[in-house]
Design a protein. Structure first.
Length: 607
C-alpha cells in the first residue's frame, strides 16, 4: 500500500507545457533516411557524447547540443560531424580519445584479472581484523586445514587488487553525474591520532542515492602543519577528477575550508557552495558574498544570448578584480593617468581589501580605465601594453559601468563590515543578508520598463536573489523535500526556487526566451506548492516521490537532484575504524581497507 500511495502522490500528469510548441521535439528514427541511420550507428559511440548532451540524430537544420562539463557553457549546432565537439574537449578540457580510452582499458584489463576471494575479502574488510587472523583460524581448528586459505601476503595483494578494481569504477560513476556533494571530516578527540575523511553523495537521474568514500587518511593536527590537511583534501579531489562538485560541507575544528588559495590555476572549485557545519564566524561568507554572487549569477544566466557579452565581461572582471586594482594603483600607471587630457581627480580607495570599496573605486576610475584598455597599443609603458591587452581580451571594455552605483546601493549593508576581519554571528549574518535581499526587492519595484541592455542586466541580477550560498542552500533543500510544509517556507526561499527553475527552462527548454521561461517556472512552482497534502506524510520516500514527479516538474526535479543530497551528508565520522586500522596496518593499507569497508555495497556490483 505504501508503494501505491507514493505513486499516487507523485505528479503523473502530462508536462506542464500544455502548448505543444513549447515542448522539445524528438525525431522518429524510423522516419530518418538511411544516411541518417548510418550516421547514428557510426557516431553515437563517439567520445563527445560522454561530455555533451545525450546523442540524438540531428534534425535537418541541426540540433543544439551543449557541453555538460561543470562550469562550461559552450554550445554547438550539430549537423552530424563531431569534429567541433571533439576539438572543444581537447582544447578546453584536455580530454582526448586516448585519455578516456586509457581509463576504459584500465577498467577492462582489471576485469580480466584473476578472481578475488570475495567472502574472505569481505570478512577481513568488515571486521577490520589483522591479516594473520586467517592463519590463526586455521591453526586453531576453526578452518579445515585441508582447505587452502590465503596467507597474510596474499590477503594484502587481494586488498590491493580489490581497491584497484573498485576505484576506477566508482570514479567513472561519480564523474558521469551532474552534481555531487562532498563532506570533509576531521576526526574528533576520541582518537589518539587525527584523520581526514572525505565522502561524497549524489542522486542519479532516477533519484537513486549514492554515497561513497573518497579518502581516509592520517594528518597532523598541529596548527603549523595544517597544510597537510588542506593539501590532502585538494589532492584527493584531483585524484578523483570530479569537475561536477556543487556543495561541500565540513565537520572540523578549523571553522571552514577555503578552496580559493588552491585554485589560482583551476576553475574546478571556484563555484562550490559551502555548507559549513561547525562555523564559528560567518565573516568569510560576507567577505566573498559580492564576488560569489556575481559569479553565480553570470553562470546561471550565460545562456541568455542577448546579454552574453556583458555577462562574460562581468564574470571576467569579478575573477580579475584584484589584478585590475593593482593595475590602476600602480605608480607608473597613475602617472600616465594624470597626464591624460581628461578632467579627472585621482580618487583614494577607501579600503583595498573588501570587494565593496574595490567596486566603488573602479567606478570612479571608469574614464581612465577605458582609455587605457582601448588604446593600450599606443602606449610605450610595458605594464599598460601588457595589462591593457589582457583586459581587452577579457572584454573588460564592455563592463556596464552604469550599473555599478546600483550594485553599491544593493550591497550597502556591507560597506563597513568586510573592511576588517571580525567574528560575525549567525544572527548578524542573517540580518545583513536579509537587508540585501530587501534592497533587491525595493530596487526591483522601482525599476521602470526599458529595453536598455544594462537595464535588463540589472533586472536579471536583482531577481536572482536570494543568494545561492550556505544559509539559503540548506533551506532550499528543505523546501524541495516533498514532506515539508510549504506554508512554513519563507518567501525568500520560494523566490530562490523560482529563479533557479527559470534558469533551468532558459538553459534547457526555451533557449534565450526569458518570458516563456518565467511563465513555465511560475506554473511549475505553483503546482509544487499546491501538491496533495498527503505528500506531507513523513513516511513518503522523497526520492521515490521525485522520481514519479520529474516529468511533471522537470525544473524543480533538477533542483531536487542537486540540493536533496545536502540533507544526507554524514554528520558522524564515516570511518570510525580508522584508529584500529592504522594500529594494524601502514597508512596506505589502512586507507584502502577503510575505502573498501565504506563502499562495501559496491563490491558485489563491480568486483
Amino acid at each position: 500500500m505504501a508503494g501505491y500511495k507514493r505513486n499516487q502522490d507523485s505528479f503523473q500528469a502530462s508536462n506542464l507545457n500544455d502548448n505543444g510548441n513549447n515542448s522539445i521535439a524528438t525525431n522518429n528514427s524510423e522516419a530518418q533516411p538511411k544516411k541518417r541511420r548510418h550516421l547514428e550507428n557510426n557516431d553515437k559511440e563517439s567520445i563527445c557524447w560522454k561530455y555533451f548532451e545525450p546523442f540524438k540524430v540531428p534534425s535537418e537544420n541541426g540540433t543544439i547540443t551543449k557541453c555538460t562539463i561543470s562550469g562550461c557553457t559552450t554550445r554547438y549546432i550539430w549537423c552530424g560531424s563531431t569534429s567541433n565537439l571533439v576539438g572543444h574537449l581537447k582544447k578546453k578540457h584536455g580530454i582526448t580519445k586516448s585519455s578516456t580510452s586509457s581509463t576504459t582499458s584500465t577498467v577492462n584489463s582489471i576485469n580480466s584479472e584473476p578472481e578475488i576471494n570475495l567472502p574472505l575479502l569481505k570478512f577481513i574488510v568488515s571486521s577490520g581484523a589483522p591479516f594473520s587472523i586467517v592463519d590463526n583460524l586455521k591453526s586453531a581448528g576453526f578452518v579445515n586445514p585441508i582447505i587452502e586459505l590465503s596467507t597474510s601476503n596474499i590477503i594484502e595483494d587481494q586488498i590491493n587488487k580489490a581497491y584497484n578494481r573498485l576505484f576506477p569504477q566508482l570514479k567513472l560513476k561519480a564523474q558521469q553525474e551532474t552534481s555531487i556533494t562532498v563532506s570533509i571530516h576531521e576526526t574528533d578527540a576520541r582518537f589518539s591520532k587525527s584523520y581526514i575523511v572525505i565522502t561524497c553523495n549524489w542522486l542519479t537521474k532516477d533519484f537513486e542515492l549514492h554515497k561513497i568514500l573518497l579518502l581516509a587518511n592520517e594528518w597532523y593536527s598541529d596548527m603549523e602543519e595544517n597544510n597537510d590537511f588542506f593539501g590532502d583534501t585538494i589532492n584527493a579531489l584531483e585524484k578523483w577528477e570530479l569537475t561536477n562538485l556543487k556543495f561541500y560541507s565540513d565537520y572540523g575544528n578549523f571553522g571552514w575550508f577555503d578552496f580559493d588559495p588552491f585554485t589560482d590555476f583551476e576553475d574546478n572549485y571556484h563555484n562550490l557552495i559551502p555548507l559549513c557545519m561547525n562555523k564559528y564566524s560567518y565573516f568569510n561568507d560576507l567577505f566573498n558574498l559580492i564576488q560569489r554572487t556575481l559569479k553565480l549569477w553570470a553562470r546561471e544566466n550565460v545562456y541568455t544570448q542577448e546579454m552574453f557579452g556583458i555577462i562574460k565581461a562581468i564574470k571576467n572582471a569579478t575573477d580579475n578584480l584584484c589584478d585590475v586594482i593593482r593595475f590602476l594603483t600602480n605608480d607608473t600607471v597613475k602617472r600616465e593617468i594624470q597626464n591624460m587630457q581628461i578632467a579627472f581627480n585621482y580618487p583614494t580607495i577607501n579600503c583595498d581589501v573588501c570587494i565593496y570599496h574595490k567596486i566603488a573605486f573602479i567606478k570612479l576610475m571608469e574614464k581612465p580605465f577605458m582609455q587605457l584598455v582601448n588604446n593600450y597599443d599606443s602606449y610605450e609603458v610595458a605594464i599598460i601594453r601588457e595589462k591593457g591587452k589582457c583586459f581587452k581580451e577579457l572584454k573588460l571594455d564592455s563592463l556596464p559601468f552604469d550599473i555599478f552605483p546600483k550594485l553599491l546601493q544593493l550591497f550597502k549593508p556591507l560597506e563597513n563590515i568586510t573592511c576588517r576581519c571580525h567574528n560575525i554571528s549567525t544572527k548578524e549574518y542573517t540580518d545583513l543578508v536579509d537587508k540585501i535581499v530587501m534592497n533587491a526587492d525595493n530596487m526591483f519595484k522601482e525599476l521602470q520598463f526599458s529595453d536598455n541592455l544594462e537595464h535588463k542586466i540589472l533586472k536579471s541580477f536583482l531577481t536572482s536573489f536570494p543568494l545561492y550560498i550556505d544559509l539559503y542552500a540548506k533551506k532550499l533543500a528543505l523546501f524541495l523535500d516533498p514532506r515539508s510544509n510549504p506554508d512554513k517556507i519563507s518567501t525568500i526561499i520560494i523566490k530562490c526556487a523560482l529563479e533557479k527553475c527559470k534558469s533551468y527552462y532558459l538553459k534547457n527548454i526555451f533557449s534565450d526566451d526569458l518570458d516563456k521561461s518565467i511563465q513555465a517556472a511560475n506554473k511549475e512552482l505553483k503546482c509544487y506548492i499546491n501538491r496533495p497534502q498527503s505528500s506531507l506524510d513523513g513516511d513518503i520516500n522523497p526520492y521515490e516521490w521525485w522520481q514519479g514527479s520529474k516529468q511533471m516538474l522537470p525544473g524543480l526535479a533538477a533542483l531536487a537532484r542537486e540540493y536533496l543530497p545536502t540533507l544526507t551528508v554524514d554528520k558522524e565520522d564515516p570511518a570510525k575504524n580508522m584508529d584500529k586500522f592504522i594500529k594494524i596496518h601502514n597508512q596506505d593499507m589502512a586507507g584502502r581497507i577503510a575505502f573498501l569497508q565504506y563502499n562495501m555495497k559496491y563490491i558485489d556490483l563491480y568486483l
